[in-house]
Design a protein around this ligand. Structure first.
Ligand SMILES: C[S@@+](CC[C@H](N)C(=O)[O-])C[C@H]1O[C@@H](n2cnc3c(N)ncnc32)[C@H](O)[C@@H]1O
Length: 426
């Protein structure tokens, strides 16, 4: 696998589905905003716009921002496997380990990306909240952004953050932004709306002292993608590792990729295809289903633990969503029309909201802001996908039977007859 720098990403082989969705991206309403990677650094009203990537993981934000023409000055991640990917994919950029060890942001930083750890926030995590041992490191972010210069902060986190501890995690975040005079806006956005068949709803938040964050997150709105009912005529994604409570059933796509176990045991979802095959995607396909070039985490470095790549991909931000945000930071748009409702302190958090100095407002925005055709998950299927073992598939079927969840008609019957792992799927 060739290594590539920020502008060398075109060296990677792209699947037909990615190429097609890329084409769609170029023809979408944001075409005029796109800037080729070779166009050089952007200059805003305060000079070159440099990005500092905190909690950078494998650089989903930074890949997208660099494609839109922003320079990255430093990347920070505590995970050695993530740092190995960052060093290989962003050659020449300083990579540091612990956000807690930073005394200040580089002086030229104008944008901070911070997809902070979500283990204490997610449904799958321990739900200890924003002050939990992993997520609490976000406090350091507020020390770093307390400086007087104009700065824009971009955050991505799990949907559950809105509900956790009766909304206290969000309260904590916005209280701090407001006390530092940042205007903020957030919106739940679904990767499925960005040309990738992965149902991944995440909270994207922008806080800024100089930009109006509404002109970034709320300039685009599209509700033309309807909801499809599950049927066996179309591929159905599901988590075979679950079964008693929800299974994440997803029509013609996969449920959100997860970080997997801390031991690095991969647990990608499975897809039942109309031809009766039940297959799990390869790591390469999962990279593409997050919008990375295939092979992005394929680095020639000894890692601690087994298969850290699965964890890294499951933790990452979806690149096309990050690209949309980068494009809108570069060229803010006009705010679309939304119904606004005041957010009461101590109440729940809606799926979108803002405070630009006139109080906290909930906004009636959908989770798919731009018009993009979503390719079928079948376009990502190739010989690298595998069948499930007898144990895995039977285990799921038993749990599903016990759990009594409502499944599409004949779903379990077809799974019972599905071929098991004895050879690679064709
Ligand atoms: C949700 S992931 C962010 C993923 C990233 N946006 C991407 O596209 O890959 C959170 C990251 O924070 C890192 N992290 C946790 N504590 C940290 C710390 N104290 N300093 C730096 N990074 C930290 C984790 O290793 C993990 O990669």
């Amino acid at each position: 696998m060739p290594r590539a720098g920020r502008t060398g990403n075109r060296m990677y082989r792209q699947s037909p589905a990615v190429i097609e969705s890329e084409r769609d991206r170029l023809s979408c309403t944001l075409l005029h905003l796109y800037r080729s990677p070779s166009s050089g650094p952007l200059c805003g009203m305060f000079g070159a716009m440099s990005v500092t990537g905190l909690f950078a993981g494998i650089g989903g934000f930074e890949l997208a921002f660099s494609e839109v023409g922003f320079e990255t000055n430093v990347l920070v991640d505590i995970d050695p496997a993530a740092r190995a990917v960052l060093q290989a994919r962003f050659p020449g950029i300083e990579v540091r380990a612990d956000v807690s060890d930073l005394s200040a942001l580089p002086s030229d930083t104008t944008i901070v990306t911070a997809g902070f750890p979500c283990q204490n926030l997610s449904m799958a995590g321990d739900k200890k909240g924003i002050s939990g041992p992993k997520s609490g490191v976000v406090k350091k972010l507020f020390e770093l952004i307390a400086r007087p210069e104009p700065l824009t902060v971009v955050i991505e986190n799990v949907y559950f953050m809105l509900q956790l501890d009766s909304g206290k995690a969000m309260e904590w975040l916005v209280d701090r932004f407001e006390s530092l005079d940042y205007r903020w806006a957030y919106r739940v956005v679904n990767t499925m709306g960005f040309g990738l068949p992965q149902r991944r709803r995440r909270v994207y938040m922008i806080a800024s002292r100089d930009l109006d964050p509404r002109r970034i997150l709320f300039a685009d709105d599209d509700s033309s993608l309807g909801v499809s009912l599950p049927s066996l005529d179309r591929p159905l994604g599901f988590y075979w590792t679950e079964g008693r409570s929800g299974v994440g059933l997803t029509v013609d796509g996969i449920p959100p990729l997860k970080a997997g176990s801390t031991l690095g045991i991969p647990s990608p979802p499975a897809v039942l295809f109309p031809d009766g095959e039940v297959l799990t995607p390869s790591l390469k396909s999962c990279e593409e289903l997050q919008g990375f070039p295939a092979g992005w985490t394929d680095i020639d470095v000894e890692h601690e633990g087994r298969n850290p790549e699965w964890r890294l991909i499951g933790n990452a931000v979806s690149v096309p969503v990050a690209r949309w945000i980068a494009q809108r930071i570069r060229t803010p748009g006009e705010i679309s029309n939304f119904i606004e409702t005041a957010i009461e302190r101590g109440g729940g958090w809606p799926e979108a909201g803002w405070n630009v100095g006139e109080g906290r407002m909930g906004v009636s925005a959908g989770d798919k802001p731009v018009v993009t055709r979503v390719p079928s998950i079948a376009q990502f299927r190739d010989s690298s996908w595998s069948r499930l073992s007898n144990r895995a598939l039977d285990g799921f079927i038993h749990r599903a039977e016990d759990g009594g969840l409502r499944m599409p008609d004949h779903f379990l019957d077809v799974l019972r007859k599905a071929k098991r792992k004895d050879s690679k799927a064709s």
